[in-house]
Design a protein around this ligand. Structure first.
Ligand SMILES: Cc1cc2nc3c(=O)[nH]c(=O)nc-3n(C[C@H](O)[C@H](O)[C@H](O)COP(=O)(O)OP(=O)(O)OC[C@H]3O[C@@H](n4cnc5c(N)ncnc54)[C@H](O)[C@@H]3O)c2cc1C
Length: 374
């Protein structure tokens, strides 16, 4: 006989952790299955740790709404639990007239999304704020910042556990099968294969979330859930560049990413990136041949940078719904009732701003789960 539970969460990245914490407080039996030895070893610890304002995304998209809501929740949680952060602000810079027009569009988009503190900066205004940055104009976002995402992961994990969520590490979900009104979750661990039965399944499997949806019986081609991996490299800069710039600096966004940005991490390291290029495999090695491209990109807005001061740092891989050259895709966060799978909640394509939005995403999923049980 399989053990019966209320909610099975697949994946203990920031989204699985925040969701488990949210649902466990509703006094539900929540089990989190994670294939790695502990939480947060994949995309949730391979990112820029930027608290995004919510500027770039189309109005009314989940990305826009959950980013703006999540940002506020995140700053409050950081304050309450002494998680280190720096509300440094961010400037998106324009290198030419085309990009200035782009900044104006971003300004309007941000305002529509509820980001009402944005300011367009002339070259002189930008120079006053950041004397070492070279650009024709800028867009200042005061509510952007950086934070210690590892402390967030730890806090969410310990709070979820306190509220009663059970974490099952080193355990891979290898099957999800509809069994009447419930789901049988097949798991593989050191002892072999076994099963749980759950009323609700929340798929927070990050880079694997399309495959989990497919395992459960969703036609991922028809639903357009197939993920594309988009790798981002980071390079670090010599410590002599420390304190040269005090805000996050972003160039105009690229098609697949936000552009190679400048960030001074909370520990003082100066980091550049991430780049954005589609890959077939999950391989976290840094492609050092990208050094010149990083240099060329950063040199445009920070002419002081020297090529030999760049060192390969780390990488992350975005779980993107949008393939190369394709248009914007929103987060998929949906109860698959319409496809005949009530209580199967898929979260697919949770790329940036997923970290910023994590607490708001958890609330959103929490209300779906609550509806399911009422
Ligand atoms: C380069 C880069 C930069 C980014 N920068 C930012 C940023 O600055 N700000 C921001 O807001 N967002 C940023 N993001 C996005 C953010 O990091 C993600 O949205 C977020 O971490 C996604 O969390 P997750 O829990 O969905 O995924 P993950 O952290 O990948 O967690 C998924 C978990 O599921 C587990 N899993 C998968 N399959 C199975 C299975 N079959 N059985 C059991 N467990 C399984 C995995 O082991 C993993 O632990 C960035 C992303 C990238 C790649």
């Amino acid at each position: 006989m399989s053990v019966e539970i209320d909610v099975a969460v697949i994946g203990a990245g920031v989204i699985g952790l925040a969701t488990a914490r949210e649902i466990a407080q509703e006094k539900k039996d929540v089990f989190v299955f994670e294939k790695n030895r502990t939480f947060g070893l994949e995309t949730s610890s391979r990112n820029s740790e930027v608290i995004h304002a919510g500027i770039y995304y189309p109005e009314d998209s989940l990305k826009a709404k959950l980013c703006v809501e999540g940002k506020n929740l995140l700053y409050r949680l950081c304050d309450k639990h002494n998680i280190a952060y720096k509300n440094s602000g961010k400037i998106i810079v324009a290198a030419d007239e085309n990009e200035i027009n782009w900044l104006k569009e971003l300004y309007e988009q941000g305002r529509k999304n509820g980001v009402d503190d944005l300011a367009l900066l002339s070259r002189m205004e930008l120079k006053k704020l950041e004397p070492n940055i070279e650009a024709k104009a800028g867009l200042l976002s005061p509510s952007s910042g950086i934070f210690d995402s590892h402390s967030l992961l730890k806090l969410l994990y310990s709070q979820a556990k306190e509220k009663g969520a059970e974490f099952v590490f080193n355990t891979e979900v290898i099957g999800v099968e509809k069994a009447g009104t419930k789901y049988e979750i097949q798991i593989k661990d050191r002892d072999g294969i076994s099963a749980f039965v759950s009323h609700v399944v929340v798929n927070c499997a990050g880079l694997n979330s399309d495959r989990i949806a497919q395992l459960a019986g969703i036609d991922i081609a028809k639903s357009a859930y197939k993920l594309h991996y988009c790798k981002g490299e980071y390079f670090s800069l010599d410590s002599k560049y420390k304190n040269l710039v005090s805000r996050l600096i972003y160039p105009a966004p690229e098609q697949a990413g936000h552009g190679i940005h400048w960030r001074q991490a909370l520990d003082g390291r100066v980091l550049l990136g991430p780049s954005a290029h589609y890959v077939e495999e999950i391989d976290y090695r840094v492609d050092e041949t990208q050094k010149q491209a990083f240099y060329d990109s950063v040199k445009k807005y920070l002419p002081l940078v020297e090529l030999e001061d760049l060192e390969p740092e780390s990488t992350g891989i975005r779980p993107k719904l949008q393939g190369p050259g394709e248009d914007f895709r929103d987060f998929v966060i949906t109860d698959e009732e319409g496809s005949g799978f009530p209580g199967l909640i898929n979260l697919i394509g949770i790329e940036s701003p997923g970290l910023t939005a994590s607490l708001a995403i958890a609330r959103y999923v929490g209300s779906m789960v609550k509806n399911f049980f009422t």
